[in-house]
Design a protein around this ligand. Structure first.
Ligand code: NAD
Length: 494
């Protein structure tokens, strides 16, 4: 019988008030039921908020270095259990083991980085325009934060939100994605083992109703959301109405440029990894590739050859390079995009169908797909597909390539392959994206740098790095007047 899992509220593992559950299945084999998880509603969110509020003062007043020590301990536990957690993640999410190891590693990196912030959380001290007056700025926590995450980085993305929220002194109501609740539960178990006091992090499983209840809750002061633009827009609208702070990390339509002067093999390798790594289910996945005309034919030909060789299968099997997509609904959606590409006149060079064969027929597998003869009017070039599908298109020169890269509503990641430093600097300056890689693929963020995108990818915030702290804290300016008399700023200036 499948194991039943619970919510985590006020330091206790409890079922949803309704006792309703949802199933979590292995995307590589739909017969394999991993477990049942609570289908939470507004009532569960209410309980979680009450627990987070109760824990807030004690947590807020704990010195930040001590909060950092708990986060460090969580990082060490993640490291100790890295292999076990990675396998659990591959089982429920599908990406291959070396990638799920990377996911856990990202959470470890984030724990170590954030733990150090406990002894920084720097503000500024500065001068005053008045005599005998001292001025500084300090960070304040915000209160109870609602964190809503997607399934493609089941541990890394929650860690990018939970650790910075905690180090700043906030408490948390966390709602993980329905497709990866077990990785989330394991992560929360580790936080508990690390000594996090009850109520500081609360987890409610479930889908849109639980997410909506978080967004609408009047005592949740901040919503940090990562997911699709569609849902992000709803979150922003509701938060806007309530004047609630919200940070959004959403979709991408990331492009790689390949100039004729590039290291050809390196650019090819980057494109294969960027387009088909994580089965194309990364917000930073390479779904458009613009290649200078003189090398376009050769590049497309070689990319198709490489795509055809990718070994598909269950991510825990040795030698498998690409796992399934997350579920059948997503696979149908991807296939719908492929059909639209064909109908709109793009040339399907390989893939474009469900994978069949031994070990594949019961999972949500899709064959790596490459289109040529595509253009910016087509849906496959305009919209985020979130699957193993990429389009290769010729360009005259760098100017045209940058114009095409920017010809999208998104702005997350981008890459240029060229040996010419002048071109590299122009691309860095002119590409409208939150991230630009030179001679590296569009995927590969590191936790100590800002992460996020421009245009419809986000709403101006950046996770990770020092900028991540700005999401989870409010600035306060502090003036200490030790003159012993009333001094008037801007008036007592003579
Ligand atoms: P999604 O928008 O469907 O779901 C994201 C989360 O929101 C889930 O936890 C879901 O249960 C919850 N949710 C759904 N409806 C809701 C509602 N009405 N109110 C509140 N919460 C609700 O996204 P997904 O399919 O889980 O993830 C894929 C998307 O995430 C892609 O668009 C991808 O680009 C994006 N993504 C972005 C980043 C980034 O940092 N920019 C990183 C990873 C994924």
């Amino acid at each position: 019988m499948a194991k039943s899992y619970l919510n985590y509220i006020g330091g206790k593992w409890i079922p949803a008030e309704s006792r309703l559950t949802f199933e979590n299945r292995n995307p590589a084999d739909g017969r394999d039921l991993i477990g049942k998880f609570p289908e939470s509603s507004a009532e569960d969110v209410e309980k979680a908020v009450a627990a987070a509020e109760q824990a807030y003062d004690r947590w807020r007043l704990m010195p930040a270095p001590m909060r950092g020590e708990i986060i460090l301990k969580a990082g060490l536990l993640l490291k100790e259990k890295k292999e076990e957690l990675s396998k659990i993640m591959t089982h429920e999410m599908g990406k291959v083991l070396r990638e799920t190891r990377g996911d856990i590693q990202e959470a470890i990196d984030m724990a170590y980085y954030t733990a150090g912030e406990g002894r920084r959380l720097f503000g500024q001290t500065t001068t005053s325009e008045l005599k005998n007056k001292f001025a500084m700025s300090i960070r304040m926590p915000i209160g109870v934060c609602g964190l809503i995450t997607p399934w493609n980085f089941p541990t890394a993305i929650p860690s990018w939100k939970i650790f910075p929220a905690l180090i700043c002194g906030n408490t948390v109501v966390f709602k993980p994605a329905e497709d990866t609740p077990l990785s989330a539960a394991k992560f929360v178990e580790i936080l508990e083992q690390a000594g996090l006091p009850p109520g500081v992090v609360n987890m409610v499983h479930g889908g849109a109703p639980a997410g909506e209840a978080i967004v609408r809750h009047p005592r949740i002061r901040l919503v940090s959301f990562t997911g699709s633009c569609e849902v992000g827009r709803l979150v922003a609208q509701q938060c806007g109405k309530m004047l609630k702070r919200c940070s959004l990390e959403m979709g991408g339509k990331n492009a790689q440029i390949v100039m004729a002067d590039a290291d050809f093999d390196l650019a090819l390798e980057g494109a294969v990894w960027g387009a088909f790594g994580t089965t194309g289910q990364r917000c930073t996945a390479t779904s458009r590739i613009y290649v200078e005309k003189s090398v376009y034919q050769k590049f497309s030909r070689e990319l198709v050859k490489r795509a055809k060789k990718i070994r598909i299968g269950y991510g825990l099997k040795a030698g498998v390079e690409m796992g399934p997509v997350i579920n059948d609904v997503q696979r149908e959606r991807i296939h719908g995009y492929v059909q639209s590409g064909i109908e709109e006149g793009a040339k399907l060079e390989c893939g474009g169908r469900y994978a069949k064969g031994p070990g594949l027929s019961r999972g949500s597998f899709y064959i790596p797909t490459v289109f040529t003869h595509a253009d910016s009017k087509m849906k496959i070039v305009r919209e985020e597909i979130f699957g193993p599908v990429t389009c290769v298109m010729p360009v005259k020169n760098l100017e045209e390539a940058i114009h095409e890269v920017n010809n999208t509503v998104y702005g997350l990641s981008s890459a240029l392959y060229s040996r010419d430093v002048n071109r590299a600097m122009r691309a860095i300056r002119d590409i409208e994206a939150g991230i630009t890689y030179i001679n590296g693929p569009t995927i590969g963020a590191e936790v100590h740098l800002p992460f996020g995108g421009v245009k419809n990818t986000g709403n101006g915030h950046r996770e990770a790095g020092e900028t991540g702290l700005d999401i989870f804290s409010e600035w306060k300016s502090v003036f200490v007047d030790f003159s012993g008399r009333l001094q008037k700023a801007q008036i007592d200036v003579d």
